[in-house]
Design a binder for this molecule. Sequence first.
Ligand SMILES: Cc1cc2nc3c(=O)[nH]c(=O)nc-3n(C[C@H](O)[C@H](O)[C@H](O)COP(=O)(O)OP(=O)(O)OC[C@H]3O[C@@H](n4cnc5c(N)ncnc54)[C@H](O)[C@@H]3O)c2cc1C
Length: 287
Amino acid sequence: METFKYYKPRSIQDAFNIIQQEGGSIRFLAGGTDLLARLKSGHFAPDIVVDLKSLDELNGGIRIVGQNVHIGALTTFAKISTDPVILEHFPALADAASEVGSVQIRNRATIGGNICNASPAGDSLPPLFIYGAKIKCLKMDSSRLIPVESFLQGPGKTVLEKGELLVGLVLPLPATNQAASFTRLTRRRGADLATINLCCQVFRNGPTRFAVGAAAPVPFIVEDPSGLLSDPAGDPAQKKALVEELMQAASPITDVRASKEYRRAMVVTLALRALKQSINSLEGQAS
Ligand SMILES: Cc1cc2nc3c(=O)[nH]c(=O)nc-3n(C[C@H](O)[C@H](O)[C@H](O)COP(=O)(O)OP(=O)(O)OC[C@H]3O[C@@H](n4cnc5c(N)ncnc54)[C@H](O)[C@@H]3O)c2cc1C
């Protein structure tokens, strides 16, 4: 591991002052579950590491503000998986959070770190795509709100500029005529990323949307606007054919986790499984 200077600022202003004074390359430290591995392997060799944990602006937890829910960047997956607001309004995000790593990882890993790490297999990403999350970013002299689809640029790449922080997320409260579910395939739960992960959202008598991870450089969204998939009485063979067509959007690679052929097959299986779960939970809700 290369040497670096470590700072733990007490305020955002202190953080920006350090960044400006030090110059050089920076890495932010949230839970450290991705960062420490990359520092140790030499994959990252920053001049400074700025620890974010004492910054109140990122520690805001989970709050309803008008028609939106705000989630602080440092909110852990342990918190997200059990929070009553998330369980009620964003159950697919709660499910994804409860699937991340092990108890130990979920107690440290943050949602902000998961997004900034920009792994194609990040488990928070498919539900955040489906729920229309926006990312709040802050620099020394400006702030911006970016849709999650535009935030991710490729494996490990985001639109964050040097010294720019992800401070939190804004999710609109979802409509009542929809239900979403999350599912994933992994080799070893607790110790490995998803081979495929997927979120499906069904609108009553309306469209069905899928957000798929680990099957392209960044997660992607596809939609059936016809209502065929959301119809509980729809013909299963027709549904399967339509899902296969939609999943042509996948461009998986072969890596240590799976071959591209296996991923192509499993993305359809997972989509049909998540579709069934979403329809069941919509049917279970009072109309
Ligand atoms: C054993 C193990 C199992 C895992 N299992 C899963 C899994 O099942 N699913 C999954 O999705 N991930 C998994 N991970 C990966 C990791 O735990 C997650 O990606 C986690 O959410 C990262 O969050 P963190 O707070 O630890 O980020 P960190 O490691 O602190 O940071 C990650 C990256 O984001 C940057 N960063 C962090 N916060 C900010 C911010 N607010 N603003 C700007 N940049 C920031 C850092 O500089 C770094 O480049 C696993 C990791 C391990 C070690």
